[in-house]
Design a protein around this ligand. Structure first.
Ligand code: HEM
Length: 705
């Protein structure tokens, strides 16, 4: 078996890397090029000559530079890292990378959106992909996950239908990266198995604040198998150390214009700053004899296993600590496949999983141009590879010897199959017996119970966001009969929900209040119960000439200590001069900054600075918008005047005559007449950690921003 540690994949990749710095330009044949700015012509104003090999080569390569984008998950962003298990998992699986806590297995992760094309915006309402390739000593293991624990459909054969319905419409290719159009809701309203997934898609999960703040779910049911051949059903989870946090829809739409690369930039910057994202790997396991103990079918991918019923056991962690050197070579050419498993991990009869096992390699043959894409550096295992597969487009390996078949006697019957004890993969011996039928199992046909459970589990603001999302999505559906069908369908989930949806989209509420009668909830799926931390959050500091330097310094130092990143925003880039004469570097002006690109806003005091901001619509808009999006906002001393003049209404601010008492109301932190901002900084940090202050429900809706 190949030796493996966190650097082994990087060492392998290094062999393929070329640094062009301090080199001479050559052709692809290695011939030095003397001139690359003009083609070879017959006379200064004459025609270009055929014999200009440099012109031909340069243009031909350029003309063929594009490869097909992925049929789904086209837009993605990748990073390298490592995985380490916490305890040997010997009792449950023989997978080698889950045995030894001192081994760091290299990984490559690609996060993605599903529907949009490669150049679409990051912050659209969509499922996010979360695919991980573990380069283990036993070969590559791919955990091809999403950020929602369930899926749209039961059976792989419906995948082309759901994707055709949600992608831009056939006749005009509109809209891009959005479900908010007739064909999707037409399909949806005729396919009730989508109901539960739509609840997740309308929820805040579909607009993550960061790839670093999303969960990942293997969705399908797999098997763990130990060395005695004992199997258990297993579902995989990634839990982000920073908790699960989302944007709000108005913000997500604005970011799509201000910075369409918002999520990829966030990941890239975090890794460059040393804020390495961490995710813990968790597993839910069900004993084989418990297969039928649940009120859902454990092979149905439209159902999750509530954590309260089947606890998630945390078994290891992944750290992403290196950005790619070349997006195309690594992130675009990486090829994941749920069928890439190692001994100790096996499949189940989950019909969605069975469909996936066919699709990935099939699509990659076209996308990556032939059958040798496993040789592309990012896809190469660190384990040794010895096959009898030969030839095909772009074969890299030079296979020595005469034979490429098995058995052979000319080459010692090599490469030889390995016995199970030597690491040979042996499929789990499941007994299968049945008639050949095209039929859906009756046990898959409860479309609504878990959708109700999801609704029951949401906090009031989460529920409001779901209703708002329905209003947006269905408000964009032109055919009113489709809107009505959707309302009638969701009446099966919850009558109140259906009524609320109907209200916003001009259709009739259900004639009779429906619902499943399910009262159970799963607190684990509400983002209200997630981890909260200010670490790695971004704060905008609005200041101008005459600001109070000691205030800025004290607050910035305190935030930095908690791992928060600050940027100074002013009218002009360059420097501003504080009241004391100190110069402060400005990071962005109001053209390049926007409140939607930050988690919180702080305005320091200083009479002249605050007076300038008061006359500046952009500064006021910045504060209003952050407030509207329920973010932490803080002002010290004279800067509280700015909040007084803003749309921050119905919130207590530090009174004019107050003496350094910090006022904290609904995530708005203010103080007046204070020299020391230590306690103010602490309260601001607590407000940032909260992520959003939904308690402002009525107040924020008043803001016209
Ligand atoms: C039968 C259902 C499904 C089919 C047929 C299917 C098919 C595909 C195909 C053809 C691709 C493009 C692969 C490529 O070009 O390299 C893809 C990508 C992907 N799929 Fe699925 N998929 C299905 C369900 C799922 C589910 C349930 C999940 C989540 C658990 C998922 C997660 C992903 C991810 C994360 C990617 C992007 C991988 C990357 O970053 O390159 N898919 N899928």
């Amino acid at each position: 078996m190949a030796e493996n540690n966190d650097m082994s994949k990087q060492k392998q990749l290094d062999k393929f890397k070329v640094d062009h710095n301090h080199t001479k330009l050559t052709t692809a044949q290695g011939l030095r090029v003397s001139h690359t700015d003009d083609s070879l012509k017959a006379g200064e104003r004459g025609p270009t000559l055929m014999e200009d090999f440099h012109f031909r080569e340069k243009l031909t390569h350029f003309d063929n530079e594009r490869i097909p984008e992925r049929v789904v998950h086209a837009r993605g962003f990748g990073a390298h890292g490592y995985f380490q298990c916490y305890e040997p998992m010997t009792e449950f699986t023989k997978a080698k990378f889950l045995q030894n806590p001192s081994v760091k297995t290299p990984v490559f992760v690609r996060f993605s959106t599903v529907v949009g094309s490669k150049g679409s915006a990051d912050t659209v309402r969509d499922v996010r992909g979360f695919a991980t390739k573990f380069y283990t000593e036993e070969g590559n293991y791919d955990l091809v996950a999403n950020n929602m624990p369930i899926f749209f459909i039961h059976d792989g054969i419906k995948f082309p239908d759901v994707v055709h319905a949600i992608k831009p419409e056939q006749h005009n290719e509109i809209p891009q990266a959005s479900a908010a159009h007739d064909t999707f809701w037409d399909f949806m309203s005729n396919t009730p198995e989508l109901t539960h997934m739509i609840m997740w898609l309308m929820s805040d999960r579909a607009i993550p604040r960061s790839y670093r703040m999303m969960e990942g779910f293997g969705v399908n049911t797999f098997r763990f198998v130990n060395s005695q051949g004992k199997a258990r059903f297993v579902k995989f989870h990634w839990k982000p150390k920073l908790g699960v946090h989302s944007l709000v829809w108005d913000e997500a739409q604005k970011i799509a214009g201000k910075d369409p690369d918002f999520n990829r930039r966030d990941l890239w910057d975090a890794i460059n700053k040393g804020d390495f994202p961490e995710f813990e790997l968790g597993v839910q396991m069900i004993e084989e004899h418990q297969e039928f103990d649940f009120d859902f079918d454990i092979l149905d991918a439209t159902k999750f296993w509530p954590e309260e019923q089947v606890p998630v056991q945390i078994i290891g962690k992944m750290v992403l600590n290196k950005n790619v050197d070349n997006h195309f070579a690594e992130t675009e050419q990486v090829a994941f496949h749920p069928g890439n498993v190692v001994p100790g991990i096996d499949f189940t009869n989950d019909p969605l999983l069975q469909g996936r096992l066919f699709s990935y390699i099939d699509t990659q043959l076209m996308r990556l141009g032939g059958p040798n894409f496993h040789e592309i550096p990012i896809n190469r295992p660190v384990a040794n590879v010895n096959t009898n597969m030969r030839e095909g487009m772009h074969r890299m390996t030079i296979d020595k010897g005469r034979t490429s078949y098995s058995p052979n006697s000319l080459q010692n019957n090599s490469p030889q199959p390995a016995a199970e004890g030597e690491g040979g993969y042996v499929h789990y011996m499941e007994k299968v017996d049945g008639h050949k039928i095209r039929q859906r199992s009756e046990s898959f046909k409860d479309f609504y119970s878990q959708a109700t459970m999801f609704w029951n589990s949401m906090s009031p603001p989460e529920r409001q966001h779901i209703v708002d999302a329905f209003h947006y999505e269905l408000g964009n559906v032109l055919d009113i009969s489709i809107r009505q069908r959707v309302v009638d369908l969701f009446n099966n989930v919850d009558g109140e929900l259906a009524k609320e949806i109907a209200k916003g989209i001009g259709v009739n509420p259900p004639a009779q209040m429906g619902g499943t009668g399910v009262t159970a909830s799963s607190p684990a799926i509400s983002q209200a119960n997630t981890v909260k931390s200010p670490a790695t959050r971004k704060v905008a500091i609005l200041a101008d000439n005459g600001c109070n330097y000691p205030e800025v310094k004290q607050v910035v130092d305190q935030l930095k200590q908690a791992g928060v990143h600050c940027e100074i925003i002013s009218k002009y880039q360059g420097v501003i001069t504080a009241a004391c004469g100190r110069q402060i570097q400005v990071n962005r002006n109001y053209h390049t900054a926007s409140s939607v690109l930050f988690d919180a806003v702080y305005v320091p005091g200083g009479r002249a600075s605050v007076d300038t901001l008061l006359g500046h619509g952009d500064a006021l808009h910045f504060v209003n918008e952050a407030f509207k999006h329920a973010k932490a906002v803080a002002a010290s001393n004279e800067a509280v005047d700015l909040f007084d003049q803003s749309e921050i209404l119905g919130v207590r601010l530090a009174p004019l005559d107050s003496r350094a008492q910090v006022t904290f109301d609904m995530g708005v932190v203010t103080v007046r007449n204070a020299a020391d901002l230590g306690y103010f900084g602490e309260e601001f940090l607590a407000a940032i950690a909260e992520h959003r202050h939904w308690i402002r429900l009525a107040q924020k809706d008043m803001v016209p921003a």
